[in-house]
Design a protein around this ligand. Structure first.
Ligand SMILES: [Zn+2]
Length: 211
């Protein structure tokens, strides 16, 4: 969204800005470091505020720009992203999935769906699931990784969502928008957990047992 500031005043930093830090992914109430915010009216005549804050974590301290519109956080830069735990996920899979999440945060939903599909491609490659096309590779993945049937079925739906995103007209979904992509990302997170994280968690739990 583009904001045009016709009339404004500088005011004290009276806005509380809470979000998941786009850099370190921790939730927090951001700190004021500049001293003043801008107060202005957006084109719909709602009172808005803009300013700068920093992440309160001393290991991060990232600078974040925000716009609050009608009392709600409307924009931040960098944009707030969906949370994602990358523990034990190989670099190629992680890199594709993080790009999907970044595209979603920037409202580039078609690009995000295509990157979710690329995440699946990288997942199959990493697990050595071979086949002539992604449909076959997903099938082969079922034999290589212990996945509940619902996740396996859903993987094929994710593949179709990515297919639709890559074509001018959707074949399977009515559209590839915010909601479709958010469900797709949440689903892909569950698949990545099942493939890469359950075993490590089980290992940790077992390591706590008496010898
Ligand atoms: Zn941070």
């Amino acid at each position: 969204m583009i904001y045009k500031i016709l009339n404004y005043q500088q005011i004290g930093p009276n806005q509380v800005v809470r979000l998941r830090c786009p850099i370190c992914r921790q939730r927090g109430t951001l700190e004021n470091v500049i001293g003043q915010d801008l107060q202005f009216y957006n084109p719909q005549n709602a009172q808005s505020h803009a300013g700068l804050r920093r992440c309160p974590d001393p290991n991060c301290y990232s600078l974040i720009f925000f716009v609050i519109d009608g009392g709600k956080l409307a924009e931040s830069f960098p944009a707030e992203t969906i949370d994602f735990d990358a523990t034990n996920i190989p670099a190629t899979v992680q890199s594709a999935f993080e790009e999907a999440i970044k595209c979603h945060a920037e409202s580039c939903f078609v690009a995000s769906a295509i990157m979710v599909r690329k995440t699946l491609e990288e997942l199959c490659r990493d697990r050595g699931a071979a086949g002539g096309n992604l449909k076959e590779r997903i099938k082969a993945l079922g034999a290589k990784a212990v996945l509940p049937q619902e996740l396996l079925d859903g993987l094929d739906d994710l593949r179709l969502l990515g297919n639709d995103a890559a074509h001018i007209e959707s074949q399977e979904y009515t559209k590839v928008g915010k909601e479709e992509v958010e469900v797709g990302i949440e689903f892909a997170k569950e698949v990545l957990k099942a493939v890469y994280q359950y075993a490590a968690l089980l290992g940790k739990l077992r390591a706590l047992k008496k010898p």
